[in-house]
Design a protein around this ligand. Structure first.
Ligand SMILES: Cc1cc2nc3c(=O)[nH]c(=O)nc-3n(C[C@H](O)[C@H](O)[C@H](O)COP(=O)(O)OP(=O)(O)OC[C@H]3O[C@@H](n4cnc5c(N)ncnc54)[C@H](O)[C@@H]3O)c2cc1C
Ligand SMILES: *[C@@H]1O[C@H](CO)[C@@H](O)[C@H](O)[C@H]1NC(C)=O
Ligand SMILES: *[C@@H]1O[C@H](CO)[C@@H](O)[C@H](O)[C@H]1NC(C)=O
Ligand SMILES: *[C@@H]1O[C@H](CO)[C@@H](O)[C@H](O)[C@H]1NC(C)=O
Ligand SMILES: *[C@@H]1O[C@H](CO)[C@@H](O)[C@H](O)[C@H]1NC(C)=O
Ligand SMILES: *[C@@H]1O[C@H](CO)[C@@H](O)[C@H](O)[C@H]1NC(C)=O
Ligand SMILES: *[C@@H]1O[C@H](CO)[C@@H](O)[C@H](O)[C@H]1NC(C)=O
Ligand SMILES: *[C@@H]1O[C@H](CO)[C@@H](O)[C@H](O)[C@H]1NC(C)=O
Ligand SMILES: *[C@@H]1O[C@H](CO)[C@@H](O)[C@H](O)[C@H]1NC(C)=O
Ligand SMILES: *[C@@H]1O[C@H](CO)[C@@H](O)[C@H](O)[C@H]1NC(C)=O
Ligand SMILES: *[C@@H]1O[C@H](CO)[C@@H](O)[C@H](O)[C@H]1NC(C)=O
Length: 554
C-alpha cells in the first residue's frame, strides 16, 4: 500500500501543476539568468548582446526616445527593412502575443489605435551570431540556463497554416543568423569526404544570406542557382529546410535537390560537415524536414547551372460566367504537367472572375514559347467570346534580369494574414482537371498557385531526402489566405483562422497522405533535449502548445 502510494504521489504532484524542470525558463521568471550571467556571456561573443525591440517602438517616444517613426511608417511593408532588425518579423501579428483571455500584447505601428507598446512575442535578448564560436556560445548558454531558444533568420510566416511564428517566442532568447553573410564560389567544389571524382560549380552561402545577394553572386560567375521568388527570403535557412521552391525547380529540382553540403552546429555544440558522405542521416533530415529543428545551419553549398535566357509570358483572362471560369481553369490545369516536363515554372492567381498568370520558360525562344501556349490562348479567347484576354511575351537575358524587373526588396510584406496551402497532385490535374477547377473555384476570394513542381522535381527518388514525398507527385502548391488588420480583437483573428481550417478541409479533396518518415529518430539523436523546437515541427508533439513545457508521458 505504502509502496504504491509512493509511486503515485510524484505523478499527482506533476498533474497538479507543481513547478517542474520540464519547463523552459522564460524572461521575467525567477530562474532567468542574472545580469552577471549575461555580462559573462557578452564577454565571450564577437558582438554585443542584442536587446530586440518591436519595430513599432520607434513611434512610442516613452519606450524608444531615439526612434524615428517616419522611417517606420515609410518602411513597414519592406521585406529588407524588416529582415534587417532582430525584433521584426515579416508579418506584424507574429510579433504579438495573445493571452488566453484574448488580450493582445503588441506594439502596433498605428499609435492612434490607443494601445501601449509591449514586447509581445519578440525575444528579449540574444546573440548576433557572426562566427561558429558565437553560435556554440549561444547554444551552451541557453542549454545551461534551460532557456527557450529561437533561431531567427528573416522572420517569415510559414506557408502552411502556422499559428505561431517559428522564429520568435515570448520570453525567449534569440540566435540571429542575419549577419552570417559569407558567400564563396568554387568552380570545382568537392564535398568533404567524397571518395573521388565528381566536382561541382558550387556557391556556398552563409546562414544570413538572402536570395537577392545569392543571385547577384551566382550571376557574377555566369551561373544560375535555384532560389525563391521572395528576394529577401533566406537562401540557407527555412527555405531550403522546408523544401525550397522557385520557378526554376521544374528544370533543376528543388532547393533540397541542389544542396550538396551543409555546415552546422548541433545541440551539443559540435561543429559538423554534413553531406552525402558525412553525417548522412542529418543531411537527409535537413533536406526538407523543416527549419529550426535538427541543428543550426551555418553554411549551405548549392550546385549551380548554366546561365540561359528566360522567356516570360504574362497575362490575364476575365470571366463572364462561372461556366467560362470552369472551362478555362480546367484547361489551364491540363497544360501544366507537360510544361513542367519541359522545365517551365509558373505562378497564377485565379478566382471565379479572372485568371492571372506568369509563365517562365528557361532557354525557350519567344517564338517557341508562343507556339507552345497559343492553343491555350486560343481556347481562352473562344471560351470568353474573344473578349477579356490579354497576353504579353518578354525575353530576358537571364532569370536574374527578370527577377530584378519584377520582384523588389520592398515586396509588400508587413500585413497580417494566415495562409493555407496544399499540393495539387499531377495525376489529378491530368485525370480529373475539372475536379481541381471546382475545388479552386470554391474559394470566394480566389487562390494562388505556384506551379513549381513536376519535371526535375518528380525525377528525384522520394526517399532520398526528408522532404514530404507528395512533393514528387505534385504539379504545384495552391494557397489561399485570410487577413485582418493591426488592432483587431482576438475574436477576429480566431475567425480568420477558422476560415483557414475550413479552406484546408475543402482542399482535402485534392487528396492527402499522413505519413511518418523517420525524421523523429534523427531529431532525437541530434537534439535529445529538444533545444530546437518550432510549432508544428518534428519533436514539437512532445511539448505543450506554448512549446515551453514537456507534455507528461502517459
Ligand atoms: C514574401 C514571401 C515570399 C516567399 N517566397 C517563397 C518562394 O518563392 N519559395 C519558397 O520555397 N518559399 C517562399 N516563401 C516561404 C519561405 O521560404 C519560408 O517562410 C521560410 O521558412 C523562410 O525562411 P527564413 O530562413 O528566411 O526565415 P525564418 O522565419 O527566420 O526561418 C524559418 C524557420 O527556419 C529556421 N531557421 C532559419 N535559419 C536557420 C538556420 N540557419 N538554422 C536552422 N534553422 C533555421 C527558423 O528557426 C524558423 O523555424 C516566401 C515567404 C514570404 C513571406
Ligand atoms: C527619419 O526617417 C526618414 C525616412 O526614412 C528620414 O528621411 C529622416 O532623415 C530620418 N530622420 C532622422 C533624424 O534620422
Ligand atoms: C488578460 O490576461 C493578462 C495576462 O494575465 C492580464 O494582464 C490582463 O489584464 C487580462 N485582461 C483582462 C481583460 O482580463
Ligand atoms: C490607424 O487606426 C485608426 C483607428 O482604428 C484607423 O482609423 C486608421 O485607418 C489606422 N491607420 C492606418 C495607417 O492603418
Ligand atoms: C567568413 O569568411 C571569412 C574570410 O574567409 C572567414 O575568416 C570567416 O571565418 C567566415 N565566417 C564564417 C562564419 O564562416
Ligand atoms: C511549414 O510547416 C509545415 C508543417 O506545418 C512543414 O511541413 C513545412 O516544412 C514548413 N515549411 C517551411 C518552409 O518551413
Ligand atoms: C539551350 O537551348 C539551345 C537550343 O535548343 C541548346 O543548344 C542548348 O544546349 C541549351 N542550353 C542549355 C544549358 O540547356
Ligand atoms: C499572345 O496573343 C497574341 C494575339 O492573339 C498572339 O499573336 C500571340 O502569339 C500570343 N502568345 C504569346 C505567347 O504572346
Ligand atoms: C468555343 O466555345 C464554344 C462555347 O462557348 C464551344 O462550344 C466550342 O466547342 C469552342 N470551340 C473550340 C474550338 O474550343
Ligand atoms: C479585366 O477586368 C479588369 C477589371 O474589371 C479590367 O481592368 C481589365 O481591363 C480587364 N482586362 C481585359 C483584358 O479585358
Ligand atoms: C499565396 O501566397 C503568397 C505568398 O505569401 C501571397 O502573396 C498570396 O497573397 C497568396 N495568395 C492567396 C490568394 O492567398
Amino acid at each position: 500500500m505504502m509502496k504504491s502510494l509512493w509511486l503515485i504521489l510524484p505523478l499527482i504532484g506533476l498533474t497538479l501543476g507543481v513547478p517542474s524542470p520540464s519547463c523552459r525558463c522564460l524572461s521575467g521568471e525567477t530562474c532567468w539568468p542574472k545580469a552577471s550571467d549575461f555580462s559573462e556571456l557578452a564577454s565571450q561573443l564577437s558582438q554585443p548582446l542584442l536587446h530586440p525591440k518591436p519595430p513599432g517602438s520607434a513611434c512610442y517616444p516613452a519606450d524608444n526616445p531615439s526612434g524615428n517613426c517616419s522611417d517606420v511608417m515609410e518602411s513597414v511593408h519592406s521585406g529588407q527593412w524588416r529582415s534587417d532588425q532582430p525584433g521584426s518579423m515579416q508579418a506584424p501579428f507574429l510579433e504579438t502575443f495573445v493571452f488566453p483571455n484574448g488580450t493582445i500584447d503588441a506594439c502596433y505601428v498605428n499609435t492612434t489605435l490607443g494601445f501601449p507598446c509591449r514586447q509581445g512575442s519578440i525575444p528579449v535578448i540574444g546573440v548576433d551570431a557572426q562566427s561558429v564560436r558565437d553560435v556554440q556560445t549561444a547554444i551552451r548558454f541557453t542549454s545551461t540556463h534551460n532557456l527557450r531558444l529561437v533561431i531567427k533568420n528573416t522572420g517569415r510566416i510559414n506557408f502552411s497554416h502556422d499559428y505561431l511564428g517559428r522564429s520568435t517566442a515570448r520570453g525567449s532568447f534569440v540566435l540571429w543568423t542575419h549577419n552570417l553573410k559569407n558567400i564563396t564560389y568554387d568552380p570545382s567544389f568537392v564535398p568533404s569526404g567524397a571518395p573521388s571524382g565528381k566536382s561541382y560549380q558550387a556557391l556556398t552561402v552563409g546562414a544570413g544570406v538572402q536570395w537577392n545577394e545569392a543571385y547577384d553572386a551566382a550571376k557574377t560567375h555566369n551561373r544560375v542557382i535555384v532560389g525563391g521568388a521572395g528576394l529577401t527570403v533566406g537562401a540557407a535557412g527555412g527555405w531550403v529546410m522546408g523544401g525550397g521552391h522557385g520557378v526554376l525547380a521544374p528544370r533543376h529540382g528543388l532547393g533540397v535537390d541542389n544542396v550538396i553540403e551543409f555546415e552546422v552546429v548541433t545541440a551539443d555544440g559540435t561543429h559538423l560537415t554534413v553531406n552525402a558522405f558525412k553525417n548522412t542521416d542529418l543531411f537527409w533530415a535537413l533536406r526538407g524536414g523543416g527549419g529550426g529543428t535538427y541543428a543550426i545551419v551555418l553554411l549551405a553549398t548549392y550546385a549551380t547551372h548554366d546561365l540561359v535566357p528566360l522567356t516570360v509570358i504574362t497575362g490575364l483572362a476575365n470571366f463572364t460566367s462561372s461556366a467560362v471560369a470552369k472551362s478555362v481553369i480546367t484547361e489551364f490545369m491540363k497544360i501544366h504537367p507537360s510544361l513542367a516536363d519541359d522545365g517551365w515554372g509558373s505562378y497564377a492567381v485565379l478566382s471565379k472572375d479572372m485568371l492571372q498568370y506568369i509563365f517562365a520558360a528557361p532557354n525557350v525562344t519567344s517564338i517557341d514559347a508562343s507556339s507552345i501556349l497559343d492553343p491555350f490562348f486560343t481556347f481562352m479567347r473562344n471560351a470568353t467570346g474573344g473578349q477579356g484576354v490579354q497576353n504579353d511575351t518578354t525575353h530576358y537575358d537571364s532569370f536574374y534580369a527578370w527577377n530584378i524587373d519584377v520582384f523588389g526588396l520592398n515586396n509588400g510584406v508587413g500585413n497580417d494574414f494566415e495562409i493555407g496551402s496544399r499540393f495539387i497532385p499531377r495525376s489529378l490535374a491530368e485525370q480529373d482537371p475539372e475536379k481541381v477547377a471546382d475545388i479552386m473555384l470554391t474559394f470566394p476570394n480566389g487562390v494562388g498557385i505556384n506551379f513549381i513542381a513536376g519535371g526535375a522535381v518528380s525525377k528525384v527518388d522520394p526517399d532520398s531526402t526528408g522532404l514530404h514525398p507528395d512533393w514528387r507527385k505534385a504539379i504545384g502548391l495552391v494557397n489561399f489566405s485570410e487577413g485582418w488588420v493591426d488592432g483587431d480583437p482576438a475574436s477576429v483573428i480566431e475567425a480568420a483562422r477558422k476560415k483557414i481550417k475550413e479552406g484546408l478541409n475543402i482542399l482535402q479533396g485534392l487528396g492527402s497522405s499522413t505519413y511518418f518518415n523517420g525524421l523523429k529518430v534523427i531529431k532525437d539523436k541530434y537534439d535529445p533535449t529538444g533545444l530546437f523546437l518550432v510549432a508544428g515541427g518534428v519533436g514539437s508533439e512532445d511539448w505543450d502548445d506554448s512549446l515551453n513545457c514537456r507534455r507528461l508521458v502517459q
